[in-house]
Every structure is written in C-alpha cells, then in structure tokens.
Design a protein around this ligand. Structure first.
Ligand code: ADP
Length: 981
C-alpha cells in the first residue's frame, strides 16, 4: 500500500512538473505571439503615421509654393504698374513714379510677409527694393531672371545664402512684359524660409524626440539638405551626401524612390522614414523617426508582456505546487488511514480467524504454517505454537475414506491452479493422536495487491454430524424415490411457475421423454395445447382453493383422475403437487358394469315378463292337450267327436312344440352354438312350399297372401341354409298374419348382384317407431295398450335376426302404425358351384297321422329301437305300424349292443342317446365296432345344435330330433337301404 502510494506520489510529481513546463511554454508562446503581433501593429501604425505626416507636409509645401507663385502671378498682368515701371526705367528721375512703385512693392512685401521684393531690369540689375535700406542693392541671381524673361514664366530660384552668408533665402521671379511683349523688368519676391517654410517642415504633429522632416534637392552626384537637420545644426545648404550611399533615406528620395524606407540617416542611426518628391518643386522630402524611439513603446510592451508572462508562470507554478502539496497531504492522510485500516483489518482477521466455527490454517508460499485457529488446533491435535513453521502436510494429514490413500493437499492444488478449490468428498483427517475425523475442506490462495499468491488458507470442518445427517437424508430421499416410483399413479411436484421439479417414473413413461427433458418444463412444453390448458385449469383451482382438488382430465383420449394440492412452505404457496391415475379402464369397466347391470335388470324384468308370458303361452295349449286327451279316452263319445278332439290335441301340441323350439333356438343362439348348414336350395321352390302352407292356413279369410320371386329357375338354386331361411320367412309371415286383420301380405324375393333381398309387407297394425329397433331383441314386444292380446313370446324376430346375421346378412323393418309393416332382409347370393343334389324342401301340409295310408314305397326292414321311455316307444311303434317294418325294442344301451351281437339281421338302429346305464353314445360306439356298416340314427330330445355333430362323432349316420313327425321318421328310415337278403 505504501509502495503504491509512493509510486503515485512520484508519478504525480513528475506529472505536475511536466504540466508546469507545458503550461509555462504555452504562456511563453502566447506572449511571443502576442508580442510579435504588437510589434507588427506598432510598426504598421508608425508607418501609417509617418506616411501621413510626410504627405501632409508635402501637401502644405506644395500649397505654400502655389500661393507664392499666385502672389507673383497677380502682378504679371498689372498693366498700369508695368507701364509705370517702364516709364520710370526710361526716366529714373521721376521720383513720383518711383515712390509710387516703391510703395506698391513695399505694400505687397509687408502685406504678404515677403522678406523683400526687388525690382530689377530684365538683365538683373536691381532698380528698387521694398526694404528701405542703405547701401547698394544686393545682386540677385541673374541667371534665374534671365531664365524667367526668356521662358516668359515665373521661375523659383534655389535656396541660397544671402550675400552676408547668414541667411538662407530663395526667390520667386516674375518677368514683366509690356503690351508688346517686350521685357520690361523682373520682380524678385525674396522669401525667408525660416519664416514660413521651415517651420512647416520642422513641425511634427506628435510629441517625438527624434522625428524630423528634411527638404532635399539633388545637387550633382549628391543630395543637398535644404534645411537644418534636427540633430545636426548648420546643415542647410551645406550637408551633402553622395548618391551612392543608398541606405540613407535622403539618397533614396533623390534616386526616385517614394514610400516607406528603413535605413540609416546622416548620423548613421537606424531610422524609419517616408521619402518622396514634393510635387511642383525640385525638392524631395524625407520624414523620419529613429527606430529606437519608434520601438520604445515596443520595448515597454515587451517588458510588460514579459512581466505578465513571468507572473503567470509564477502563478502556474504556485498553483501546481499548491496542488502538489495538498495532494501530498491527502496521500499521507490516506496512507495513514490505510495503515489504520490495515491494522484494524489485521486485528479483525485475527479475531475472525480465532473465533470462526470452521478450522482455518494459513500457510506461506512454501506451505509452512503461519496461523491456525483453535478449531483447527482441536481437530488436528496440534497447538498453533508447535505447528507454526511446520509443513502443512505434516499437520493436516488427509486420506480418502474408502481407499485410505492420501489425498492431495488442498494447498498444492491451490498453488497449482491459483484458484479456490473444494476438496473431494470422503476426506478423513488423521489427527496428531491418530483419530480419524471426516472433514469437508477447501483451499484458497492469499493474494497481495499485485494479485500474486503469497500464501494459502485451508478451511475445513468436522463433518461427522453432517455426514450422518446427509446419509439419513439420502436414505430418506431413496425411500421417498422408491415410494413414488413404485406407485402406479403418476406423481409430480411443480414449482410456482408450474414447471416440473419432481416427476416419478410413471410420469416419465407417460411423457415418453428423458426425465431431464421434463424437469423445468411446463405442460405447454410437453403436451398439446388443449391438454395443457386442461391441466392449467385444475392447477389454478388447486392453488386457489388451497385444498386437494380432484379432477378428471382427458388427455389423448384417455381419462385421468388428477389429485392436485398446493404446496405450502411457511404458509407460502411454492407450487403444487399431485398424483394422477389413469382411470380410463376403470371408467370403462364401471360404465360396462352399469350397462351390464341395467341390462341385467332389464333382462330380469323381461325374464319375469317372459316367464309370465311363457306360462300363459305354455299353459294355454297344455290345457287343451290335457283336457282333450282325457275326453278322447272317454268311451261315451262317438268316433267323429274323438277325431275332432284328437285334432285339437295335435294343434295344441304343435303350438307347444313351436314354443319349445323357439326357446331352444334362442338358447342355442345365445350359447353361440348355432351353425349354418349350407346346402343347395331352390329358393323358388322354398317360397312355393311356404305359399301353399300359408294359403291353406289363411284359407279365404280377410287377408290375401302372395309370394313373388324375380329369380329365374337357374338363379333360384343357391347355396344356403334352407332350413334357417325358411324359418326366418315363416317367422316374418307368421307375425304378418298375426298382426294383420285384413288386407294383404306380400312376400317378395329379388336378386341384386351378390345379394338376395327378401321382404314381407303387411297392412297390419304397424309398429311405433320407438319399438322398431328393440323388437329384434329377445323377449321384446310392442307394449300394446289396446285390449287385444296377441299370442307370442317375443323370440321370433330375435331368432330371425340371429339367423340372418349368421348367414352374413342384415335385417330391418319399415313401419307405420295402423298402416302396416315391411320386414326386409338380405343375405349373400351364393351359386351352387358343383352339382349337388337338391334337397327337397317339401313342407307338406301336416296331416293327421291316423288318416295316413301305408306307404307302398317303403321297404321291409328289421329295426332295432333303443328307447327307455315307454310312451315314446309306443308312439314310434304306432307311427310305424302301417309300414313293413319289424321292430326289436330294447330299453338300454347294453341291451342294444347285445342285440346287435346276437342278431345280424338287424338292418338299422334308432338310438335314443339318453338312456340309463350304457347311454346311446357309448352304445353307438360299441355297435359301430361290431357292425361298421349298420346304419345307426340318433333319435333324441336333445334338440340343441351341436348334438347332431356329437352324435355323428359317436358313430351315428344321422340324427332325428324329438318330437318328430311320422313322415320325417319314415323318410329317415328309408334314407338307408335294407340289407340285401
Ligand atoms: P312374438 O312371438 O311376440 O310375435 P316376435 O319376435 O316375432 O315375437 O315379434 C316381436 C314383436 O314385434 C311382436 O310381439 C309384435 O309386437 C311386433 N311385431 C312383429 N311383427 C309385426 C308385424 N308384422 N306387425 C306388427 N307388429 C309386429
């Protein structure tokens, strides 16, 4: 610090010195410039002044000279005066004229202040003077007079000394001519220049000691001074200077130069002069002044400027010196303060060092310990005094907790890197007494003002408790992570800007991104806008309500139950947390369950209705059968009556059988066991049979029935399950008949490309629209509030629909209440590819078997009938009575087998499948082994579909469901030829 201050001081000193030099130079320069400007302007002014004075004098002299010439001029034309002179000259004795002339010239002389006016003869003889003086008249310059007479003009003589040689004078000579231009006389006006001219010349408008004006004239090769010089008396007409001395202004004037000229005057003194000719005279004028006088002002100026410059420089020096000294004072004050502060900070450092909670050791550049605080003493086990001067490594020994390898000392790292360094975790400090203490430490360089490292400070602290706490925290963190990651729910925490800060694995999977790409992002960064807006809404609600908010959000077609709650930290909202569950499946399940429950309830209701209905439907025909069966055996009734009752019993039985068939069919359908048995079927034939059957039933009532087919004979042969097709049409026609009191029923069949279309149209009661769909469901009927009750169990359409769909088609209805209905269905049109013998679907009118004639086409056969139910056997026996069949009756499977073993004449067996002991299936299998060729036909009340297949699998050749009609039984027996005998 001190050094720095010293540097500043010396620098300032030098700077100030240079500053002083610079300012002084500038001032000096300014002075010089100013002085030269002053000099120039003074010179200019003096030149102007001298020129003005010279010009003025020349003008004055010229004017004066003109005046003088004018004086003479006025006399030249004074004719009377000239005449008078001529007269007097011719008679000089005429004193009157003489006195008149004399007084005249005396008057002029005195009035115009001439020295003297002389009247001479043309040849220069003085005749008269204005001066009344004694003695002979003075001779005048005869040559000038002669010149004036000759040139007939006024002539000015040169300056000359008067005859007494005391006075300088000069003459203006005017020639006088008479009227005939004969020279008469000459008038000489003598002028004393001391009276008029020289005072003009000498006068100088300003006060000056050296200035003077000199009138000159050229005289041979010299210049002649016409007046007395100021500095040299008696020079007039005496002082001559040779024309070769060109530095003399007078010489320059005579040589023709006109203007300002600087040179040396007759004394050899430096002068400034103006030289030039005096117009109208042979004279030259020099106006001059000594340069010394001229620049006397300049010297004063120079002295003044020098003084000012000196004062200014002095002031600059004083000011700078003052600045310097006050700066010095400041610097010393600062230094003093810094010193104080340094001491204070050192004290502070010491106090801090010794009272700090962490352990601190400072070293010098070599790593020698300088200071050490009590905490460091405690942890290392060294006292500051003993450690001081020791190498840090020997006091602060550190090893890796796991590898036990020494760790590089922080000091070395600091010296290497020159920056603050944190030391690796898992550091153990080995204290002097061998104790191992986990520490966290760091090192930092100690820098001086020049940023040079002067030492290192190592700070460390006992981390035992901290590490334990950290372990507990880490363990808790692990537990918490496992917990939230094991959850099936998606769990998250968002900060106050709704950016994710915690997301569990489920949520990471949901977003399908790396965790790092989710953290710090908002929903708007991660999902589409609609989804994000949904989430934002529930986030805001959770934050507003300050409670757990449960919501449902739909994202990408799935439903999520979100549970969001504000995260409060000391009553401040710091974000929200939440868990999200995918409830799509649960919801669906719930909805399915609700549907199922509703359906079950509906089914239950329907079942109850159905059972009631069924009870009614079954009991009605059963009542007829039971009642009339009793009456038939009454011996009191006659044969006709018995036949009628028998017919009633038969009709009721058919009805009962139809109900049972329907129930079994629907059960089969619902069990999914109904299969198609596609055979070659002639549709036209099928419709024809049905037509005959129903015409017979309607038998000229109020309802007309018609069957129409647009199929050609060839076209009508298709591959389909003719039995099911016939049943569907029968069901529809049966309904049409049931619900049509009068009008018509039309059954139609057409083909459109690959489809066969059927329709059954009636003019019956029609079906309200709301029932048009549900009547195809089982047990469903139109709730008719009318009093008419229609028979039926609500199964016909359900069976029809199932059959049509099984055939690959569709069924529907168009209907209008009170107008009629049209049931239509379509099934795929499949042609018969190979020549399959057409099964004959002859639905013959059901005849009373008692009236049946013996079929002559039947062949003789020995039949084995296995039937445990006696009534059934008797019925079969009675049915076959008209035919040439012999019968062996057994009541169980074993007996049947035995019979087949014992009696090789048996042609075929009719096998009941459900029998006590060995049942029909088993018996069939066994008989098949014994008699592989013998036809066995299963005859059973198991009317379910699949039973047939089961029986055939057991070895039966065919299958006949109970109850059966005689014709079916006989046809079945006749299907198999008798054994050749
Ligand atoms: P059902 O044995 O009761 O006739 P279906 O399943 O055949 O059973 O018919 C169900 C219901 O559909 C009938 O009870 C009846 O209400 C209505 N329905 C069927 N066909 C017709 C039709 N041609 N005209 C009027 N209603 C009909």
């Amino acid at each position: 610090m001190m050094e720095g201050a010293g540097k500043t001081v010396s620098m300032n000193k030098l700077q100030l010195f240079f500053l002083a030099i610079t300012i002084s130079t500038l001032i000096l320069l300014a002075g010089v410039v100013y002085f030269s400007y002053e000099k120039k302007s003074i010179q200019e002014e003096k030149r102007r002044e001298i020129k003005a004075i010279a010009t003025l004098k020349i003008n004055q002299i010229s004017a004066w000279q003109r005046e003088r010439t004018g004086d003479v001029e006025s006399v030249l034309h004074a004719t009377y005066f000239i005449r008078a002179i001529g007269s007097w000259f011719s008679d000089t004795s005429n004193s009157v004229i003489k006195s008149a002339i004399s007084s005249y010239i005396t008057n002029i002389s005195s009035s115009l202040q001439y020295k003297e006016i002389l009247l001479t003869t043309p040849d220069g003889r003085t005749m008269l003077t204005s001066l009344e003086r004694k003695g002979p008249p003075e001779p005048v310059a005869t040559s000038f007079i002669t010149q004036a007479i000759k040139e007939k003009k006024i002539v000015i003589s040169d300056f000359y000394f008067s005859p007494d040689g005391k006075q300088i004078c000069f003459d203006v000579i005017g020639p006088l001519f008479d009227e005939q231009q004969r020279p008469v006389a000459a008038l000489v006006y003598r002028i004393d220049p001391e009276v008029f001219l020289f005072p003009y010349i000498r006068a100088w408008p300003a006060v000056s000691k050296t200035s003077e004006t000199i009138l000159l004239r050229k005289s041979g090769d010299s210049v002649l001074f016409l007046n007395d010089a100021r500095h040299l008396k008696g020079t007039a007409l005496k002082l001559r200077i040779r024309l070769t001395e060109t530095e003399v202004p007078s010489v320059q004037a005579v040589r023709g130069y006109s203007g300002i000229f600087e040179g040396k005057d007759y004394r050899g003194v430096e002068v400034l002069s103006w030289v030039g000719p005096v117009t109208g005279t042979p004279w030259y004028m020099v106006a001059k002044i000594d340069k010394q006088e001229l620049y006397a002002d300049l010297v004063t100026h120079a002295i003044l400027i020098s003084i000012i410059i000196f004062i200014m420089i002095l002031m600059v020096v004083i000011v700078l010196a003052w600045i310097y000294s006050s700066k010095q004072k400041n610097i010393y004050r600062k230094l003093f303060l810094q010193e104080n502060r340094l001491r204070e900070s050192q004290e502070q450092f010491k106090t801090t060092l010794y009272s700090i909670g962490d352990a601190v050791i400072t070293t010098d550049m070599k790593g020698m310990i300088r200071q050490m605080n009590p905490v460091a003493e405690k942890l290392t086990g060294w006292k500051e005094k003993e450690a001081s001067g020791q190498y840090l490594e020997s006091v602060f020994r550190i090893v890796d907790e796991y590898t036990r390898q020494p760790i590089e000392n922080p000091m070395n790292l600091v010296l290497k890197q020159g920056t603050v360094v944190g030391i690796a975790n898992h550091t153990l400090l080995i204290s002097k007494d061998g104790m191992e203490i986990p520490v966290a430490d760091s090192g930092a360089p100690i820098l001086n003002e020049r940023k040079e490292i002067t030492g290192v400070v190592v700070v460390f602290r006992d981390q035992t408790a901290e590490r334990k706490a950290r372990e507990i925290l880490a363990e808790s963190e692990r537990r918490y992570r496992t917990f939230i990651n094991t959850s099936h729910d998606m769990i998250f925490i968002k900060d106050d800007r709704m950016q994710y800060i915690v997301v569990n694995d489920r949520l990471v999977d949901f977003f399908g991104l790396d965790r790092e790409k989710i953290l710090g992002k908002t929903d708007f960064d991660l999902m589409n806008e609609a989804g994000a807006l949904n989430c934002k809404k529930s986030d805001e609600i959770a934050l507003q309500k300050m409670t757990l908010v449960v919501n449902e959000e739909e994202i990408n077609g799935r439903i999520y139950e979100t549970n969001k709650f504000p995260l409060l930290l000391s009553d401040k909202k710091t974000g929200i947390g939440g868990f999200i569950r995918d409830v799509t499946d649960v919801k669906r399940l719930l909805s399915d369950l609700t549907d199922a429950k509703n359906r079950a309830e509906e089914n239950d209701r329907l079942k109850t209705a159905f059972l009631n209905n069924l009870s009614h439907e079954i009991r009605t025909p059963l009542n007829g059968i039971v009642g009339f069966s009793e009456l038939i055996v009454d011996p009191a009734i006659d044969e006709k009556e018995r036949a009628r009752f028998g017919k009633i019993v038969k009709n009721n039985s058919d009805r009962l059988l139809s109900i049972i068939t329907d129930i079994i069919s629907i059960a089969t359908i619902e069990a999914g066991q109904e299969t198609l048995r596609a055979t070659s079927t002639d549709i036209n034939l099928l419709l024809n049979d049905l037509c005959q059957h129903y015409r017979m039933i309607l038998n000229a009532g109020q309802v007309e029935i018609s069957f129409t087919s647009t199929l050609s004979g060839e076209e009508a042969r298709v591959l389909t399950d003719g039995t099911k097709l016939a049943q569907v049409i029968s069901n529809l026609v049966g309904n049409a008949i049931k619900f049509t009191e009068k009008g018509s029923i039309e059954v139609e069949c057409t083909r459109k490309s690959q489809w066969l279309h059927f329709s059954v149209t009636d003019t019956g009661i029609g079906i309200p629209e709301q029932y048009q769909q549900i009547i195809f469901e089982r047990f469903r009927q139109v709730d008719n509030d009318k009093e008419i009750i229609y028979r039926g169990n609500g199964l016909g359409l359900a069976i029809s629909k199932a059959y049509v769909e099984l055939m690959g088609g569709t069924i529907g209805v168009r209907s209008e209440p009170a107008k009629g209905s049209c049931f239509y269905f379509s099934i795929p049109y499949q042609t018969v590819m190979s020549e399959i013998p057409v099964e004959e679907h002859t639905i013959k009118p059901k005849n009373d078997f008692q009236t049946m004639e013996k079929d002559s086409s039947a062949t003789e056969k020995l039949l084995l009938i296995a039937e445990d139910e006696e009534s059934n056997y008797i019925l079969t026996e009675k049915m076959l009575a008209p035919y040439p069949y012999r019968i062996i009756h057994v009541t169980n499977g074993q007996a049947a087998i035995n019979q087949c073993l014992e009696n090789p004449d048996i042609d075929m067996a009719l096998m009941d499948l459900k029998m006590p002991g060995v049942n029909g299936y088993e018996a069939t299998r066994r008989i098949r082994e014994l008699r592989p060729d013998m036809p066995i036909v299963a005859v059973t009340a198991y009317a379910l579909s699949g039973d047939r297949e089961k029986a055939i699998a057991a070895g039966c050749d065919d299958y006949l469901a109970k109850p059966f009609e005689r014709q079916d039984l006989v046809a079945m027996i006749e299907k198999f030829p008798a054994k050749p005998r």
